[in-house]
Design a protein around this ligand. Sequence first.
Ligand code: FES
Length: 105
Amino acid sequence: IKITFQDAASGARTVEVEPNGTVMEAAVLNNVAGIVAECGGGCSCATCHVHVDEQWIDRLPAPAPEEGDLVEFLDGAGPTSRLSCQLELTPQLDGLVVRTPHAQG
Ligand code: FES
């Protein structure tokens, strides 16, 4: 499946990955700028924060309480903010578009 990471500095990058693992893992495997993922997917560092494209936000499962709490206190978070390590890839997410924050980590 294809996922597009938009970055204000370096433009958009589309990566092709198997529909398993998480959006964060897809980014790290492909060296996508802006996803640091310091905690390795433990839902505790919030350096994997992304802004999900408005057209996609309703198609994702709602955040777990731990994720919601972290995002709430994150600098620069917006209404479509999610932690990419909590977004499981499925075939339905083919074409997903997310934007990485300007500075992270
Ligand atoms: Fe640390 Fe997602 S990788 S919260």
